[in-house]
Design a protein around this ligand. Structure first.
Ligand code: AMP
Length: 192
């Protein structure tokens, strides 16, 4: 299986690039943000609890997102692999993901980290906020909080995979097509 963690701060282009890559490599897109937004749209109890947290730009509890990923894996037993987008966001989630995959005789093939300037991130998020309908994209204070949460809680996940020799860094500046081409090269090198 080809299991990729596509990593980067909010606005790095993880969602956009995942959509391109799942077609090329026939992988399943696992975005905890998308899964949570669909819980909110369906007005489930989980969605209602997550909504307030997401609107503040904070992280929903680890066990909630880990549970969502576990059911995603179980719903796709014959998948060729997964792209994890926006997950794991804490080292506890990364440890849980390793355990979920190893229980299924699988593992993470690699983490690909998109590197983007801070100024460019803020501009992309504000631009996305005009059309995404996401309340957490429209407000500069919430964006700043998401970047702070990323630096404090999520950035350490990179060291988690670096320690396993699974980290690849890719330049996330440029056009969508240029970045996709770099990611495709990185994934080909993981496939060996
Ligand atoms: P995203 O679409 O990945 O930017 O996620 C939007 C929001 O959903 C985040 O700001 C968090 O509030 C929540 N969220 C998404 N994924 C996770 C995760 N892996 N752990 C905790 N919270 C998450």
């Amino acid at each position: 299986m080809l299991n990729i963690v596509l990593f980067g701060p909010p606005g790095a282009g993880k969602g956009t690039q995942s959509k391109q890559l799942i077609d090329t490599f026939q992988l399943i897109h696992c975005s905890t943000g998308d899964l949570l937004r669909s819980e909110i749209a369906n007005k489930t109890e989980l969605g209602l609890r997550a909504q307030a947290i997401m609107e503040r730009g904070e992280l929903v509890p680890d066990q909630v997102v880990v549970g969502m990923i576990a059911s995603m894996l179980d719903r796709n037993p014959s998948a060729k692999g997964f792209i994890f987008d926006g997950f794991p966001r804490t080292t506890a989630q990364a440890t849980a993901l390793d355990a979920l995959l190893s229980e299924r005789n699988s593992q993470i093939s690699g983490m690909i980290a998109l590197e983007v300037d801070n100024e460019e991130l803020k501009n992309r998020l504000l631009e996305r906020g005009k059309s995404s309908g996401r309340p957490d994209d429209a407000n500069p204070d919430i964006i700043a909080n998401r970047i702070r949460v990323y630096n404090e809680q999520t950035a350490p996940v990179k060291s988690f995979y670096a320690a396993q020799n699974k980290l690849m860094e890719v330049d996330g500046m440029g056009s969508i097509g240029e970045i996709t081409a770099r990611l495709e090269d990185a994934i080909h090198s993981l496939k060996g």
